[in-house]
Write a protein that binds this ligand. Structure first.
Ligand code: HEC
Ligand code: HEC
Ligand code: HEC
Ligand code: HEC
Ligand code: HEC
Ligand code: HEC
Length: 452
């Protein structure tokens, strides 16, 4: 009896669930298999079936919005297509959930057809049986979700390695203490044999100990390196560099064009740190800092001169003899911006094709803080920074926000060629924006465009 009472509620819920799923099963009018595909392609960045991600869990959402908001499938269609418009229309429930999720914006999906949406809803109502789901979900998320999992494992690995390393250091210190103790206390007679055996043991085994520590150190460094790659995507990241190279002095004071040094930004995927030869083009003759026009507080001429000398050390330039000695030592700049491996970002797409679009859109949004060079839209005012610092958080949300709000420049040579036929079609497809074509409209929100 007691156990019945204990399970009374659960049983009721179970019966309720059973009824509701079977009811909706019979009332279903979509293809859950296709829905699953669409869901994975469009929604899993922010939704899971049974846990909250960025948005609410979507399992059984058709029933849930009915009970919680008194709204029907029609409402869901409107919400999924364009939640912003629905909210703007003053819809009560739409505004309620928007508030509830701290005004986090869901994407709009004008491309999904009514049937697509029915399929997705059918999938959320009747997800495939658990085993099937597990394997499929695994392969589908492997590429993307592997990274956060990696992050946790890396952290665990680092912590355990640090713990082990700490333990080893402690043991070593103890050993040394014991050896020293033996040496200092002149209990010679009694302890001699013991001390000697310790010494012998130490001499015999310290190579093994050192080797173990070396291996651990390498592993730990690898872990830390991986970890750094991750924290590399945070706003404000500002590591120290092997040469105190100031962008404020070069790009600001001296007005040297960004692309003189970062020339590959125009042509390729990465925009690279210039090689030392690029520095030597100027510094073969500029061997001293001329202190009269600008000096960072706390630095002096001698400091800057010393940093310029490092270029000579790196390239093996002998300024006295005006020749190369052939002895070079590479400068290892710490990489500041670094996307995870599963992200594809291409500079030339933004610096060449997107140049005007990005500058215009940025200046429209920041009328008091206009930019002249496209790079600054993403990297901030590098020409005012002595030490480069990440000016944005470089997350997926950041990329997407710009793609949603930046109108593509259909008139530049690159896009004219590329989108010759597409342009008119797009204009018809997105009449609601008055023919405005954002990066989103040309596919800039498609997962596959940014993810391998
Ligand atoms: C960029 C993140 C994001 C993406 C992508 C996204 N959503 Fe959402 N979704 C949200 C957020 C956040 C909410 C909560 C309401 C709000 O803050 O606007 C939400 C709410 C919802 C709701 C209302 C649920 C309720 O409990 O009332 C539905 C339905 C929904 N999303 C369906 C979808 C579908 C279907 C897709 C894929 C086609 C999708 N969403 C893609 C972020 C997203
Ligand atoms: C004289 C050569 C030179 C010029 C001109 C120059 N840079 Fe740099 N840039 C460097 C060097 C060297 C580094 C690496 C050291 C550092 O981080 O400061 C670097 C680093 C950077 C980084 C960080 C790279 C990373 O590791 O993620 C960015 C972003 C950058 N530059 C943007 C710019 C922009 C934007 C301009 C123009 C306003 C510019 N640079 C002008 C030489 C130059
Ligand atoms: C286009 C010419 C040019 C190039 C290329 C160039 N520099 Fe300079 N550099 C200058 C000038 C000009 C000054 C400032 C001299 C002055 O004001 O007296 C300077 C100053 C410096 C200083 C002292 C001030 C500071 O920034 O700390 C360092 C260090 C330096 N450069 C390093 C480099 C490195 C490293 C590179 C290659 C990545 C490089 N420079 C490339 C022209 C150049
Ligand atoms: C649309 C945004 C955007 C614009 C515009 C942009 N960058 Fe970047 N930049 C990035 C991102 C994102 C990364 C990180 C790329 C990665 O890790 O794969 C990056 C990385 C870099 C790096 C580090 C090395 C590398 O290529 O990964 C340098 C240097 C750099 N940018 C310079 C520039 C210069 C110079 C310009 C202008 C000519 C410019 N960027 C314009 C977003 C931008
Ligand atoms: C400041 C605005 C801005 C930011 C930030 C930005 N982009 Fe873009 N992106 C653009 C513009 C504008 C275009 C269109 C260029 C053109 O005209 O072809 C574009 C195009 C693209 C395309 C090609 C889309 C297509 O359908 O052909 C990809 C891929 C892309 N960006 C990836 C990224 C990634 C990844 C990030 C974040 C790391 C990012 N972008 C951040 C403005 C931006
Ligand atoms: C405009 C480019 C762009 C588009 C489109 C895009 N992503 Fe991303 N995504 C990124 C970037 C950049 C990161 C890395 C962000 C970081 O490291 O903080 C990322 C990270 C992720 C992650 C890792 C989670 C995390 O927070 O690190 C997942 C999962 C993901 N994206 C899924 C998706 C899905 C699903 C879609 C399609 C709805 C999508 N992405 C579309 C740029 C994009």
């Amino acid at each position: 009896m007691i156990s019945w009472r204990k399970h009374y509620k659960k049983t009721l819920i179970a019966i309720g669930l059973l009824l509701s799923t079977s009811a909706s099963f019979y009332g279903q009018d979509g293809d859950p298999k296709n829905g699953e595909k669409l869901f994975k392609a469009n929604c899993t960045a922010c939704h899971a079936l049974d846990k909250q991600v960025i948005g609410p869990p979507l399992k059984g959402v058709v029933e849930r919005v009915k009970t919680e908001g008194g709204v029907d499938k029609d409402w869901l269609h409107k919400w999924i297509k364009d939640n912003k418009a629905l909210r703007a229309s003053g819809d009560k429930y739409a505004n309620e959930i928007f508030e509830k999720y701290n005004k986090t914006e869901m994407l709009q999906f004008p491309n999904l057809t009514e049937k697509d949406i029915d399929d997705i809803l059918a999938f959320t109502t009747n997800p495939p049986a658990p085993e099937e789901k597990k394997t499929e979900a695994k392969t589908a998320t492997d590429a993307t979700a592997a990274a956060p999992a990696d992050k946790t494992t890396t952290n665990i690995v680092i912590i355990s390695l640090l713990a082990i390393a700490g333990l080893l250091v402690w043991i070593l210190l103890k050993l040394r203490q014991l050896v020293k103790l033996g040496q200092s206390e002149e209990l010679a007679g009694l302890n001699e044999t013991r001390v000697r055996s310790f010494k012998e043991m130490y001499e015999k085994f310290h190579y093994v100990g050192k080797a173990v520590i070396a291996i651990l150190a390498i592993l730990a460094a690898y872990g830390v390196w991986n970890w750094l790659m991750w924290i590399g995507v945070y706003k404000g990241y500002k590591p120290e560099q092997p040469i105190y190279f100031s962008h404020k002095i070069h790009a600001g004071e001296q007005k040297i064009d960004c692309q003189l040094c970062h020339s590959s930004a125009k042509y390729g995927k990465v925009s690279e740190i210039p090689s030392m030869n690029v520095c030597m083009n100027c510094h073969r003759t500029i061997s001293e800092y001329n202190a009269d026009h600008y000096m960072e507080p706390g630095k002096d001429k001698a400091f800057y001169d010393g940093e310029i000398q490092k270029i000579y050390a790196a390239t093996g330039w002998d300024p006295a003899k005006q020749q190369y000695t052939g002895k070079t030592q590479p400068v290892e700049w710490t990489r500041i911006h670094n996307m995870p491996d599963f992200v594809y970002f291409n500079h030339s797409q933004h610096v060449v094709a997107g140049e005007q679009a990005i500058i215009n859109s940025f200046n429209k949004k920041n009328p008091n803080n206009k930019i002249d060079v496209v790079c600054k839209a993403c990297h901030g005012k590098i020409d005012t920074m002595n030490v480069v610092q990440m000016a944005n958080d470089f997350t997926m949300g950041w990329c997407i926000e710009c793609h949603r709000t930046t109108e593509v420049d259909m008139n530049n040579g690159y896009n004219k060629e590329y989108f010759k036929n597409l342009h008119d079609k797009l204009k018809k497809q997105y009449p609601q924006d008055g023919g405005k074509i954002t990066v989103a409209a040309i596919g800039g929100l498609e997962c596959g465009k940014c993810h391998y």
